[in-house]
Design a protein around this ligand. Structure first.
Ligand code: HEM
Ligand SMILES: *[C@@H]1O[C@H](CO)[C@@H](O)[C@H](O)[C@H]1NC(C)=O
Ligand SMILES: *[C@@H]1O[C@H](CO)[C@@H](O)[C@H](O)[C@H]1NC(C)=O
Ligand SMILES: *[C@@H]1O[C@H](CO)[C@@H](O)[C@H](O)[C@H]1NC(C)=O
Ligand SMILES: *[C@@H]1O[C@H](CO)[C@@H](O)[C@H](O)[C@H]1NC(C)=O
Length: 316
């Protein structure tokens, strides 16, 4: 109870702070910022195709915990366990990509570009690199000084239903439309078995497998995620084209092949179903909506006061 009250206070404070961002924020102080980030992220992707999914997810997690303030990048210290070592943490590989970008930016325009803005720009770039839409990224975020592992518990969970997801998004000032649109981020990347294998066996008293799951797909998943599975990294792509940004995620949901409960649930609720079906039918509609939704995600809990970290892993 005390915990959830704290969480609520954090969320309320975060969503009330007004966004003061600007597309031309670095025009005078670091005009080459977007070129440097794009080149670096593209190079990193050429070396490791997992980079786009990891960066996109990093942006989501950063903005959902304490707002978009790069709290996700801070390393743990002896006194403090940071977000990156909390529940459902991300992969180290993408943190290195941000470190490399930051090193280059510190050479070209020292102490100017915040780590939070780097994540926001890189998240747009990985979508473009993967074949998705582009948009103008608003900038001017400052970096936070606090990162707490336990706050990762406030992230939405893979078994959440639509009501829970709507609530989680609305606590951050995001709409039902934003929920459906941003969930399309699952057009990239994969999930480990542990996030969905409870859907495959002994699901409930009445159903051995989750009845919203296509039976053929369930069989396929059972072979990828065997019982007493020993490989913690075994898993499946979140849509059938894990490397390409497209609307296949929504087509799969319409076909009962949403991997996570939090994906499939969007078809089961009247508030979200029609938009899932529209995005499944019209790729261009999804692409049209995705950029503006990412801009709204990027406005969550933006801080005006704060610092520009010199090293994204430690406070100045
Ligand atoms: C709606 C609530 C959401 C839930 C419950 C959720 C949950 C998850 C889970 C459980 C995974 C797999 C993690 C693992 O295996 O360790 C995942 C992966 C991913 N999520 Fe989400 N997510 C949500 C929203 C989003 C949003 C809004 C975005 C971005 C716009 C996003 C981007 C991603 C990406 C790109 C991956 C793949 C990561 C990789 O392959 O490295 N997710 N998500
Ligand atoms: C490109 O990536 C390689 C391997 O990660 C790295 O050694 C090199 O410095 C990178 N070049 C640029 C311009 O980022
Ligand atoms: C995730 O957190 C655990 C500790 O909670 C840590 O041992 C592990 O290295 C972290 N993994 C990544 C990829 O950050
Ligand atoms: C969603 O989950 C919550 C918590 O488990 C539950 O109270 C609620 O009834 C569920 N809503 C729907 C529509 O299934
Ligand atoms: C299935 O679930 C029920 C109730 O949760 C449990 O009693 C039973 O042992 C489970 N069966 C298997 C094979 O895991």
């Amino acid at each position: 109870m005390i915990f959830s009250l704290n969480v609520l206070l954090i969320l309320v404070r975060v969503s009330l702070s007004g966004a003061i961002l600007d597309a031309n924020y670095y025009q005078k102080t670091c005009p080459q910022v977007e070129d440097i980030i794009y080149t670096s992220v593209r190079n990193a992707t050429a070396n490791d195709l997992k980079v786009p999914a990891r960066i996109l997810r990093m942006f989501f997690h950063d903005c959902f915990i304490r707002g978009c303030d790069a709290s996700v990048l801070l390393d743990s210290t002896p006194e403090n366990k940071a977000e990156k070592d909390g529940h459902i943490n991300l992969s180290l590989a993408a943190y290195n990509v941000i470190d490399d970008v930051k090193t280059m930016l510190e050479q070209s325009c020292p102490a100017t570009v915040s780590c939070a803005d780097i994540i926001a720009i890189a998240a747009r770039d990985v979508v473009v690199i993967s074949g998705g839409p582009s948009w103008s990224v608003l900038k001017g975020r400052k970096d936070g000084r606090i990162s707490r592992a336990e706050e990762t518990k406030t992230l939405p969970l893979s078994h959440d239903n639509t009501s829970q997801l709507i609530q989680s998004f609305s606590q951050r000032g995001l709409s039902v439309k934003d929920l459906v649109t941003l969930s399309g981020g699952h057009t990239l990347g994969r999930s480990r078995c542990s996030e969905f294998d409870y859907r495959l066996r002994n699901f409930s008293a009445a159903h051995d497998t989750d009845p919203t799951l296509d039976p053929e797909f369930a069989t396929e998943l059972k072979s990828k995620c065997p019982e007493h599975n020993k490989d913690p990294n075994a898993g499946e792509n979140l849509d059938s084209t894990g490397l390409g940004f497209d609307n296949d995620y929504y087509k799969r949901i319409v076909g009962g092949k949403g991997l996570l409960v939090s994906d499939q649930t969007l078809l089961g609720d009247y508030r979200t179903r029609w938009r899932v079906e529209a995005f499944a039918r019209y790729r261009r509609l999804f692409f049209w909506e995705f950029g503006p939704a990412m801009v709204r995600l990027g406005n969550v809990g933006v801080v005006e006061s704060g610092e520009v970290r010199v090293n994204c892993r430690v406070v100045n």
